[in-house]
Design a protein around this ligand. Structure first.
Ligand code: AHM
Ligand code: MG
Length: 341
Protein backbone atom coordinates (compact mmCIF):
# COMPACT_ATOMS: atom_id res chain seq x y z
CA UNK A 1 0.00 0.00 0.00
CA UNK A 2 1.26 3.47 -0.91
CA UNK A 3 1.97 5.45 2.26
CA UNK A 4 0.83 9.05 2.06
CA UNK A 5 2.13 11.28 4.82
CA UNK A 6 0.15 14.24 6.13
CA UNK A 7 2.65 16.58 4.42
CA UNK A 8 2.18 14.90 1.06
CA UNK A 9 -1.60 14.88 1.44
CA UNK A 10 -1.62 18.61 2.17
CA UNK A 11 0.69 19.41 -0.75
CA UNK A 12 -1.46 17.33 -3.12
CA UNK A 13 -4.66 18.97 -1.86
CA UNK A 14 -3.09 22.35 -2.41
CA UNK A 15 -2.24 21.41 -5.99
CA UNK A 16 -5.55 19.77 -6.82
CA UNK A 17 -8.04 22.07 -5.10
CA UNK A 18 -6.13 25.17 -4.23
CA UNK A 19 -7.85 24.84 -0.86
CA UNK A 20 -4.72 25.04 1.27
CA UNK A 21 -2.60 28.16 0.96
CA UNK A 22 0.96 27.60 2.19
CA UNK A 23 0.45 29.47 5.49
CA UNK A 24 -2.51 27.23 6.25
CA UNK A 25 -0.48 24.17 5.35
CA UNK A 26 2.24 25.23 7.74
CA UNK A 27 -0.38 25.85 10.43
CA UNK A 28 -1.86 22.35 10.02
CA UNK A 29 1.57 20.74 10.10
CA UNK A 30 2.47 22.64 13.25
CA UNK A 31 -0.80 21.63 14.93
CA UNK A 32 -0.13 18.00 13.95
CA UNK A 33 3.38 18.21 15.42
CA UNK A 34 1.99 19.64 18.65
CA UNK A 35 -0.55 16.79 18.78
CA UNK A 36 2.32 14.33 18.42
CA UNK A 37 4.01 15.68 21.51
CA UNK A 38 0.72 15.83 23.44
CA UNK A 39 0.21 12.19 22.45
CA UNK A 40 3.61 11.37 23.90
CA UNK A 41 2.82 13.08 27.21
CA UNK A 42 -0.57 11.31 27.36
CA UNK A 43 1.10 7.97 26.65
CA UNK A 44 3.63 8.37 29.44
CA UNK A 45 0.93 9.02 32.02
CA UNK A 46 2.18 8.35 35.52
CA UNK A 47 5.68 7.62 34.19
CA UNK A 48 5.92 11.24 33.08
CA UNK A 49 4.43 12.54 36.35
CA UNK A 50 1.77 14.37 34.35
CA UNK A 51 -1.46 13.00 35.84
CA UNK A 52 -3.61 14.59 38.52
CA UNK A 53 -5.03 18.04 39.15
CA UNK A 54 -3.10 21.27 38.78
CA UNK A 55 -4.87 23.12 41.64
CA UNK A 56 -6.00 25.87 39.27
CA UNK A 57 -9.31 26.67 37.58
CA UNK A 58 -9.97 27.80 34.03
CA UNK A 59 -12.25 30.67 33.04
CA UNK A 60 -15.27 28.35 33.16
CA UNK A 61 -14.54 27.52 36.82
CA UNK A 62 -13.44 23.96 36.03
CA UNK A 63 -10.51 22.41 37.89
CA UNK A 64 -7.61 22.01 35.47
CA UNK A 65 -5.63 18.82 35.16
CA UNK A 66 -1.86 18.98 34.75
CA UNK A 67 -2.21 17.57 31.25
CA UNK A 68 -4.77 20.27 30.30
CA UNK A 69 -2.13 22.88 31.03
CA UNK A 70 0.72 20.98 29.39
CA UNK A 71 -1.30 20.46 26.21
CA UNK A 72 -2.24 24.14 26.14
CA UNK A 73 1.40 25.18 26.46
CA UNK A 74 2.55 22.73 23.79
CA UNK A 75 0.04 24.17 21.31
CA UNK A 76 0.94 27.77 22.09
CA UNK A 77 4.68 27.27 21.92
CA UNK A 78 4.47 25.31 18.68
CA UNK A 79 2.28 27.92 16.98
CA UNK A 80 3.81 31.18 18.15
CA UNK A 81 6.84 31.60 15.97
CA UNK A 82 5.91 30.28 12.51
CA UNK A 83 4.45 33.53 11.17
CA UNK A 84 1.18 31.84 10.17
CA UNK A 85 -0.98 33.05 13.05
CA UNK A 86 -2.24 36.37 14.38
CA UNK A 87 -3.62 34.97 17.65
CA UNK A 88 -4.92 31.90 19.46
CA UNK A 89 -7.81 31.15 21.81
CA UNK A 90 -8.24 28.15 24.06
CA UNK A 91 -10.67 26.58 26.49
CA UNK A 92 -7.92 26.94 29.08
CA UNK A 93 -7.31 30.70 28.63
CA UNK A 94 -9.62 33.56 29.64
CA UNK A 95 -8.80 35.69 26.68
CA UNK A 96 -6.94 35.50 23.39
CA UNK A 97 -3.18 34.96 23.12
CA UNK A 98 -1.73 37.34 20.54
CA UNK A 99 1.43 36.23 18.77
CA UNK A 100 4.25 38.19 20.51
CA UNK A 101 5.62 40.99 18.36
CA UNK A 102 9.10 39.47 18.18
CA UNK A 103 7.54 37.09 15.63
CA UNK A 104 5.85 37.93 12.32
CA UNK A 105 2.04 37.95 12.42
CA UNK A 106 0.09 35.81 10.00
CA UNK A 107 -3.52 36.02 8.86
CA UNK A 108 -5.00 33.01 10.65
CA UNK A 109 -6.69 32.58 14.01
CA UNK A 110 -6.47 29.26 15.83
CA UNK A 111 -8.92 28.07 18.47
CA UNK A 112 -8.54 24.87 20.45
CA UNK A 113 -9.63 22.69 23.30
CA UNK A 114 -6.14 21.38 24.11
CA UNK A 115 -7.32 18.25 25.92
CA UNK A 116 -10.98 17.41 25.65
CA UNK A 117 -12.55 14.81 27.92
CA UNK A 118 -10.64 15.94 31.01
CA UNK A 119 -12.53 13.56 33.30
CA UNK A 120 -10.97 10.66 31.38
CA UNK A 121 -7.32 11.75 31.65
CA UNK A 122 -6.48 9.96 34.88
CA UNK A 123 -8.43 6.79 34.07
CA UNK A 124 -6.67 5.85 30.83
CA UNK A 125 -9.66 6.41 28.56
CA UNK A 126 -9.46 8.16 25.15
CA UNK A 127 -9.13 11.94 25.16
CA UNK A 128 -8.27 14.38 22.40
CA UNK A 129 -7.38 17.82 21.06
CA UNK A 130 -9.98 19.76 19.04
CA UNK A 131 -9.08 22.72 16.82
CA UNK A 132 -10.70 25.26 14.53
CA UNK A 133 -9.04 27.70 12.13
CA UNK A 134 -10.50 31.05 11.09
CA UNK A 135 -9.14 33.84 8.96
CA UNK A 136 -8.60 37.25 10.50
CA UNK A 137 -11.24 39.58 9.00
CA UNK A 138 -9.89 41.64 6.11
CA UNK A 139 -8.84 45.14 6.92
CA UNK A 140 -8.73 44.70 10.70
CA UNK A 141 -5.52 46.16 12.08
CA UNK A 142 -3.97 44.41 15.03
CA UNK A 143 -6.05 41.59 16.42
CA UNK A 144 -8.82 41.56 19.03
CA UNK A 145 -11.24 39.08 20.55
CA UNK A 146 -13.90 40.53 18.19
CA UNK A 147 -11.98 39.09 15.24
CA UNK A 148 -12.63 35.59 16.58
CA UNK A 149 -16.40 36.05 16.79
CA UNK A 150 -17.24 34.42 13.46
CA UNK A 151 -19.79 31.69 12.86
CA UNK A 152 -18.65 28.11 12.28
CA UNK A 153 -19.49 28.45 8.58
CA UNK A 154 -16.46 30.74 8.29
CA UNK A 155 -13.97 28.07 9.37
CA UNK A 156 -11.17 27.37 6.88
CA UNK A 157 -9.93 24.20 8.58
CA UNK A 158 -11.03 22.07 11.51
CA UNK A 159 -10.02 18.82 13.11
CA UNK A 160 -9.20 16.81 16.15
CA UNK A 161 -6.61 14.34 17.30
CA UNK A 162 -7.83 11.41 19.39
CA UNK A 163 -5.39 9.82 21.85
CA UNK A 164 -6.74 6.31 22.13
CA UNK A 165 -5.35 2.85 21.39
CA UNK A 166 -4.12 4.63 18.25
CA UNK A 167 -3.43 8.34 17.87
CA UNK A 168 -5.52 9.54 14.94
CA UNK A 169 -5.66 13.01 13.41
CA UNK A 170 -8.89 13.88 11.60
CA UNK A 171 -9.02 16.88 9.33
CA UNK A 172 -11.16 18.91 6.99
CA UNK A 173 -10.36 21.95 4.86
CA UNK A 174 -13.79 21.86 3.25
CA UNK A 175 -13.00 19.05 0.79
CA UNK A 176 -14.28 16.09 2.79
CA UNK A 177 -12.77 14.42 5.82
CA UNK A 178 -9.47 12.53 5.99
CA UNK A 179 -7.95 10.48 8.83
CA UNK A 180 -4.25 10.03 9.59
CA UNK A 181 -2.85 7.45 12.00
CA UNK A 182 0.34 8.23 13.91
CA UNK A 183 3.11 5.82 12.98
CA UNK A 184 5.15 5.91 16.17
CA UNK A 185 8.25 4.28 14.65
CA UNK A 186 8.42 6.80 11.82
CA UNK A 187 7.06 9.66 13.92
CA UNK A 188 4.68 10.73 11.17
CA UNK A 189 0.95 10.84 10.49
CA UNK A 190 -0.02 8.52 7.63
CA UNK A 191 -3.27 8.79 5.64
CA UNK A 192 -5.48 5.85 6.62
CA UNK A 193 -8.98 6.95 5.51
CA UNK A 194 -10.22 9.43 2.94
CA UNK A 195 -13.72 10.59 1.92
CA UNK A 196 -15.11 9.60 5.32
CA UNK A 197 -18.91 9.21 5.25
CA UNK A 198 -21.32 9.03 8.19
CA UNK A 199 -24.20 6.64 7.36
CA UNK A 200 -27.51 8.56 7.35
CA UNK A 201 -29.25 6.03 9.63
CA UNK A 202 -28.09 4.49 12.86
CA UNK A 203 -29.10 2.32 15.80
CA UNK A 204 -26.66 3.86 18.25
CA UNK A 205 -27.11 6.96 20.40
CA UNK A 206 -24.75 8.77 22.78
CA UNK A 207 -26.02 10.94 25.63
CA UNK A 208 -25.31 11.21 29.35
CA UNK A 209 -28.42 9.38 30.60
CA UNK A 210 -27.86 10.49 34.20
CA UNK A 211 -29.19 13.91 33.16
CA UNK A 212 -32.46 12.48 31.84
CA UNK A 213 -34.67 14.06 34.50
CA UNK A 214 -33.33 17.50 33.53
CA UNK A 215 -33.90 17.23 29.77
CA UNK A 216 -36.39 19.11 27.69
CA UNK A 217 -39.40 17.18 26.30
CA UNK A 218 -38.16 16.68 22.68
CA UNK A 219 -34.88 15.08 23.83
CA UNK A 220 -36.74 12.85 26.29
CA UNK A 221 -39.19 11.85 23.56
CA UNK A 222 -36.37 10.89 21.19
CA UNK A 223 -34.46 8.84 23.77
CA UNK A 224 -37.64 7.20 25.12
CA UNK A 225 -38.43 6.06 21.59
CA UNK A 226 -34.93 4.62 21.17
CA UNK A 227 -35.24 2.81 24.50
CA UNK A 228 -38.60 1.32 23.51
CA UNK A 229 -36.70 -0.67 20.85
CA UNK A 230 -38.36 -3.09 18.46
CA UNK A 231 -41.70 -2.87 20.23
CA UNK A 232 -41.72 0.93 20.18
CA UNK A 233 -42.48 3.51 17.46
CA UNK A 234 -39.01 3.15 15.90
CA UNK A 235 -39.44 -0.58 15.36
CA UNK A 236 -35.77 -1.36 16.03
CA UNK A 237 -33.47 -1.91 18.99
CA UNK A 238 -30.93 0.80 19.78
CA UNK A 239 -27.54 0.52 21.42
CA UNK A 240 -26.04 3.20 23.66
CA UNK A 241 -22.47 4.48 24.07
CA UNK A 242 -21.20 7.38 26.17
CA UNK A 243 -17.45 7.80 26.45
CA UNK A 244 -17.62 11.27 28.06
CA UNK A 245 -14.92 12.44 25.63
CA UNK A 246 -16.60 14.23 22.77
CA UNK A 247 -13.59 13.49 20.59
CA UNK A 248 -13.91 9.75 21.08
CA UNK A 249 -17.71 9.79 20.66
CA UNK A 250 -17.44 11.84 17.44
CA UNK A 251 -14.66 9.57 16.19
CA UNK A 252 -16.92 6.56 16.63
CA UNK A 253 -19.71 8.35 14.75
CA UNK A 254 -17.39 9.29 11.87
CA UNK A 255 -16.32 5.66 11.75
CA UNK A 256 -19.64 3.80 11.98
CA UNK A 257 -22.44 6.33 12.40
CA UNK A 258 -24.53 7.29 15.42
CA UNK A 259 -25.99 10.33 17.10
CA UNK A 260 -24.35 12.39 19.85
CA UNK A 261 -26.29 14.78 22.06
CA UNK A 262 -25.32 17.17 24.81
CA UNK A 263 -28.54 19.16 25.04
CA UNK A 264 -29.59 22.16 27.10
CA UNK A 265 -30.96 20.98 30.42
CA UNK A 266 -32.71 22.35 33.48
CA UNK A 267 -29.70 22.12 35.80
CA UNK A 268 -28.42 25.47 34.58
CA UNK A 269 -31.32 26.95 32.62
CA UNK A 270 -29.43 30.13 31.73
CA UNK A 271 -26.67 28.25 29.93
CA UNK A 272 -27.48 27.15 26.38
CA UNK A 273 -25.60 23.88 27.00
CA UNK A 274 -22.38 22.44 28.42
CA UNK A 275 -20.18 22.31 25.34
CA UNK A 276 -18.43 25.32 23.89
CA UNK A 277 -19.39 26.64 20.44
CA UNK A 278 -16.13 28.01 19.10
CA UNK A 279 -13.61 25.25 19.82
CA UNK A 280 -15.78 22.18 20.42
CA UNK A 281 -19.13 22.33 18.60
CA UNK A 282 -18.07 24.29 15.49
CA UNK A 283 -15.10 22.15 14.43
CA UNK A 284 -16.93 18.90 15.21
CA UNK A 285 -20.06 20.08 13.37
CA UNK A 286 -18.10 20.99 10.26
CA UNK A 287 -16.33 17.61 10.24
CA UNK A 288 -19.65 15.82 10.62
CA UNK A 289 -21.26 17.87 7.83
CA UNK A 290 -18.25 17.31 5.58
CA UNK A 291 -18.80 13.58 6.09
CA UNK A 292 -22.47 13.84 5.09
CA UNK A 293 -23.92 14.07 8.62
CA UNK A 294 -25.76 16.94 10.30
CA UNK A 295 -25.32 19.11 13.39
CA UNK A 296 -27.89 21.36 15.07
CA UNK A 297 -28.61 22.81 18.49
CA UNK A 298 -32.08 21.26 18.25
CA UNK A 299 -33.39 24.25 16.32
CA UNK A 300 -30.81 25.52 13.86
CA UNK A 301 -27.61 24.48 12.16
CA UNK A 302 -24.72 24.92 14.58
CA UNK A 303 -22.48 26.39 11.88
CA UNK A 304 -24.97 29.27 11.42
CA UNK A 305 -25.13 30.28 15.09
CA UNK A 306 -23.70 33.79 15.52
CA UNK A 307 -20.70 33.91 17.82
CA UNK A 308 -21.03 36.50 20.57
CA UNK A 309 -18.46 35.27 23.10
CA UNK A 310 -15.23 33.33 22.95
CA UNK A 311 -16.41 30.80 25.54
CA UNK A 312 -20.04 30.69 24.39
CA UNK A 313 -21.94 27.48 25.15
CA UNK A 314 -24.33 25.61 22.92
CA UNK A 315 -26.65 22.60 22.81
CA UNK A 316 -25.30 19.91 20.51
CA UNK A 317 -27.08 17.27 18.42
CA UNK A 318 -24.83 15.77 15.75
CA UNK A 319 -24.21 12.67 13.70
CA UNK A 320 -26.23 10.52 11.28
CA UNK A 321 -28.35 12.87 9.20
CA UNK A 322 -31.79 11.28 9.50
CA UNK A 323 -31.53 10.95 13.28
CA UNK A 324 -30.34 14.55 13.77
CA UNK A 325 -33.21 15.73 11.55
CA UNK A 326 -35.65 13.70 13.65
CA UNK A 327 -34.47 15.27 16.92
CA UNK A 328 -34.57 18.73 15.33
CA UNK A 329 -38.08 18.06 14.06
CA UNK A 330 -39.20 17.01 17.58
CA UNK A 331 -37.93 20.36 18.84
CA UNK A 332 -39.82 22.18 16.09
CA UNK A 333 -43.03 20.30 16.88
CA UNK A 334 -42.67 21.04 20.59
CA UNK A 335 -42.06 24.69 19.84
CA UNK A 336 -45.08 24.86 17.57
CA UNK A 337 -47.24 23.34 20.34
CA UNK A 338 -45.96 25.58 23.13
CA UNK A 339 -42.82 27.46 24.06
CA UNK A 340 -39.94 25.11 24.61
CA UNK A 341 -36.16 25.32 24.46
P1 AHM B 1 -14.08 19.25 28.94
O1 AHM B 1 -13.74 20.13 27.78
O2 AHM B 1 -13.99 19.98 30.25
O3 AHM B 1 -13.34 17.96 28.95
O4 AHM B 1 -15.66 18.92 28.82
C1 AHM B 1 -16.18 18.45 27.63
C2 AHM B 1 -16.55 17.00 27.76
C3 AHM B 1 -16.87 16.33 26.44
O5 AHM B 1 -15.72 15.79 25.88
C4 AHM B 1 -17.85 15.28 26.82
O6 AHM B 1 -18.76 14.96 25.77
C5 AHM B 1 -18.57 15.88 27.98
O7 AHM B 1 -17.73 16.89 28.50
C6 AHM B 1 -18.84 14.87 29.06
O8 AHM B 1 -19.61 15.47 30.03
P2 AHM B 1 -20.23 14.62 31.26
O9 AHM B 1 -19.08 14.42 32.20
O10 AHM B 1 -21.29 15.56 31.77
O11 AHM B 1 -20.78 13.34 30.74
MG1 MG C 1 -13.59 20.24 26.02
Amino acid sequence: MKRISLTRYLVEQQRANDSIPSQLRLLLEVVARACKSISQAVNKGDLGGVLGVAHTENVQGEVQKQLDIIANEVLIEANEWGGHLAAMASEEMDTIHIVPNRYPQGEYLLLFDPLDGSSNIDVNVSIGTIFSVLKKPEGSRGVTEEDFLQSGAQQVAAGYCVYGPQTTLVLTVGQGVAMFTLDREQGSFVLTKEHVQVPPDTKEFAINMSNMRHWDAPVKRYVDECLAGKEGPRGKDFNMRWIASMVADVHRILTRGGIFMYPWDKREPNKPGKLRLMYEANPMSWLIEQAGGAATNGHERILDIPATQLHQRVSVVLGSKNEVERVTQYHQEARANSSSH
